[in-house]
Design a protein around this ligand. Sequence first.
Ligand SMILES: Nc1ncnc2c1ncn2[C@@H]1O[C@H](COP(=O)(O)OP(=O)(O)OP(=O)(O)O)[C@@H](O)[C@H]1O
Length: 284
Amino acid sequence: MVQATSAVLSKNTKAGSAVNGRDNGAAENVVIDCKIDNLYYGKFRAVRDSHIPVQQGQITAFIGPSGCGKSTALRCLNRMNDLVRGFRFEGHVHFRGRDIYHRSVDPVAVRRYIGMVFQQPNPFAMSIYNNVAFGLRLNRVKGDVPERVEKALRGAALWDEVKDKLKNSGLSLSGGQQQRLCIARAIATEPEVLLMDEPCSALDPIATRRIEELMVELKKQYTIAVVTHNLQQAQRVADMTAFMYVDTSQGARTGYLVEYSKTEAMFADPQEEYTKQYIRGEFS
Ligand SMILES: Nc1ncnc2c1ncn2[C@@H]1O[C@H](COP(=O)(O)OP(=O)(O)OP(=O)(O)O)[C@@H](O)[C@H]1O
């Protein structure tokens, strides 16, 4: 089943490119085309009308006030919301032109192509080495495991700090190192896309800058989508930015996409009033 799905997902076709907002360039390089018409948790409509493309080799930031659906939208991209009871989705998510919500697609295989790093560093209670090797074994990745572990740790800019203590617990590392270990675990299986849900929110400014530098380095090899509360972070790392807001007009709090554009353009010349206010810090 996983193999069949992998074959379907790896077929290299280009996704659709219709995008709301102004000219955002390079739309034909879309790797994930995410169009959320409606997304529900039980009866609650959490997100509506959000069309967010993720472009090849770029960093796309999801910004907006608390509760506008940034994490929900991000988790749609690799079917992490499937794990939530009552989750219901209307729309599509096309990965290289293929519908990842199609009934023939195994969500576990999707996550092999579209990996994820969470807000809180969450290393397993096992050695540094095994934290990285675990994902390889789980996904039955073939090849030289020690070599791949080293490659992933190097890719996450952690190798020099841990190469002499690979048998130590992953939990013995600092918060920033733990997050880089989680990034190593995520890239060990060589996904195409890396989703990062507020990866720096639990880190101090120095560890945050380290992760930001790493993200810029990683985008040479991976496409990245990141949720962040930190507008400066979005400006520093993101090529494209999606700004979401909360619609309270129907008596509920439903998130939606207000504006999507090149990051530079959004911060220099936001097109929508809510975007302007958010960027000016008038609400958070
Ligand atoms: N597992 C869930 N079950 C039910 N409702 C949920 C679940 N996860 C999120 N929600 C709701 O969906 C809405 C969007 O939440 P989400 O976490 O995606 O927003 P966010 O913009 O990422 O917020 P924050 O910046 O505070 O993390 C919120 O109203 C939230 O309460």
